[in-house]
Write a protein that binds this ligand. Structure first.
Ligand SMILES: Cc1cc2nc3c(=O)[nH]c(=O)nc-3n(C[C@H](O)[C@H](O)[C@H](O)COP(=O)(O)OP(=O)(O)OC[C@H]3O[C@@H](n4cnc5c(N)ncnc54)[C@H](O)[C@@H]3O)c2cc1C
Length: 422
């Protein structure tokens, strides 16, 4: 490894205080539902399940970089570090391939640029029919649907993320899956981690650089920023066999209350259709009424119902109250709150910030500066984009007062704006 970095200032500086790593599990009812729903999901016989091999453990305990979380953010960070010669360990809590509540649209330039440069073209068998969406349709109750074109690759996240992690491993990253970090300690030189592998094995590791890519409930974020108060939204997903009389080449966003929120969205994936949204419980009667026009009825039973969390950190990020890095530890993707407002698209910012963190580590080694400083220096384009979209969203809410047609038009242009950023 290269040059030594400056001692970390702050809570752990100079000491070896062991901070409990908060276990990784968000224990809300939605995540419990997710756990219950998983086996049923397999009945949908999803195509293309990459079988990610579990890395062998050769007793190595000293790493240049440890990345926590094997989603797009973690895969991008691990891939970038490994292909530049850093000894990189990727620790994923679940066994891969794992699914994630997500429409699975690879939407904007950030997603496409990082996939292209870091991973190569997405193989066709990773995508699910219709494989490429033609665009988005906005359905505001009481007005004609409006659409905008935006060609978007579509995947189940278990397939996409499995492929990304396989690629990171091909670049040299090592994967421990089904592994759980129990504690993180920090001194001026390294992060020391205690990790559970399986039921029996406990391993002590050290790493000079630590990347938190564990998604919205990031335990590392709680460890590094214990004072940060985080609000969450709890979107749900329901997967049904069959199809509705909606154009399967589009994602359909529904606004039954003639307001930007609550909303739900519907799209087709192979032999299934999926209903998602934060407002599903309160919109249940509206969903039934709205979708009955397209063949949906109370007799439809979901093959899977699960949920997840979204960390709502936009105000903290844009005000500067939360800067998602400290010392040589960085938070990327949803762990850093970098999901975009309006559509809540976050694969692009996850990939982009994951790569930024990898670049920051290489620059930190070369310049003897802290990785956090270098990462935060490059993050403003993402933060400014979030800020711009937050303001745009406020404008959309106001347009609801001018009636459903004005709202549909404002939503269409705001969703289009979110699709093209990056
Ligand atoms: C309903 C819905 C639809 C969406 N649709 C889209 C879309 O179409 N396009 C889009 O771009 N974005 C979409 N998003 C957002 C997108 O899903 C996220 O922004 C994206 O997954 C963030 O990637 P990530 O790598 O940061 O985190 P994640 O994808 O959440 O990955 C985190 C990983 O960390 C693992 N992990 C968790 N805890 C630990 C731990 N303690 N130790 C180790 N590993 C851990 C998890 O198992 C997981 O594998 C959607 C979100 C929702 C809720």
């Amino acid at each position: 490894m290269g040059a030594r970095h400056a001692p970390i200032q702050g809570r752990y500086a100079g000491g070896m205080e062991v901070t409990p790593y908060l276990g990784g599990a968000a224990t809300s009812s939605v995540t419990r539902q997710a756990a219950k729903g998983a086996p049923v999901f397999n009945r949908l016989a999803l195509p293309g399940e990459p079988n990610v091999a579990e890395g062998d453990w050769d007793g190595k305990t000293v790493w240049d970089v440890v990345v926590l979380g094997g989603g797009p953010a973690g895969a991008a960070a691990a891939s970038h570090c490994a292909r530049h010669g850093l000894e990189t360990l990727l620790i994923e809590r679940k066994r891969l391939p794992r699914d994630k509540v997500c429409t699975g649209m690879l939407m904007g330039p950030w997603a496409h640029d990082v996939i292209g440069s870091e991973f190569g073209s997405v193989p066709d068998d990773i995508l699910v029919a219709p494989k490429y969406l033609t665009g988005h349709q906005i359905h505001v109750a009481g007005t004609t649907p409006v659409a905008f074109p935006w060609r978007t690759p579509l995947a189940w996240r278990k397939d996409l993320d499995g492929w990304l992690v396989e690629k990171a491993m091909a670049r040299g990253a090592r994967l421990w899956q089904g592994a759980r970090v129990l504690s993180v300690a920090e001194d001026s030189e390294t992060y020391r981690l205690r990790v559970a592998r399986g039921r029996e094995t406990r391993v002590s590791l050290s790493a000079r650089f630590l990347i938190g890519a564990e998604g919205a409930a990031s335990p590392l974020r709680k460890t590094l920023f214990p004072e940060l108060k985080v609000r969450y939204s709890t979107p749900l997903r329901e997967c049904y066999e069959g199809s509705l009389a909606l154009d399967a080449d589009y994602i359909h966003w529904f606004f039954p209350k003639q307001r930007p929120r609550p909303r739900f969205n519907v799209n087709h994936k192979g032999d299934a259709f999926v209903i998602e949204g934060s407002g599903i419980p309160e919109l249940r009667p509206d969903i039934l009424r709205t979708l009955s026009e397209y063949g949906f009825s109370a007799a439809h039973t979901p093959q899977l119902r699960d949920g997840c969390l979204i960390a709502l950190l936009h105000a903290e990020l844009t005000s500067g109250r939360f800067r998602p890095a400290r010392g040589n530890a960085m938070l990327v993707g949803d762990a850093g709150g970098l999901i975009l407002p309006i559509t809540f698209e976050g694969i692009g910012t996850a990939l982009y910030s994951g790569r930024l963190a990898g670049e920051a580590i290489l620059a930190a080694i070369a310049t003897n500066r802290s990785a956090a400083e270098l990462y935060l220096k490059e993050l403003p384009p993402v933060i400014h984009t979030i800020d711009r979209l937050v303001k745009l969203e406020a404008g959309v809410s106001q347009s609801a007062e001018r009636g459903p047609a004005a709202l549909a038009e404002a939503l269409c242009s705001a969703y289009q704006e979110t699709a093209v950023v990056g």
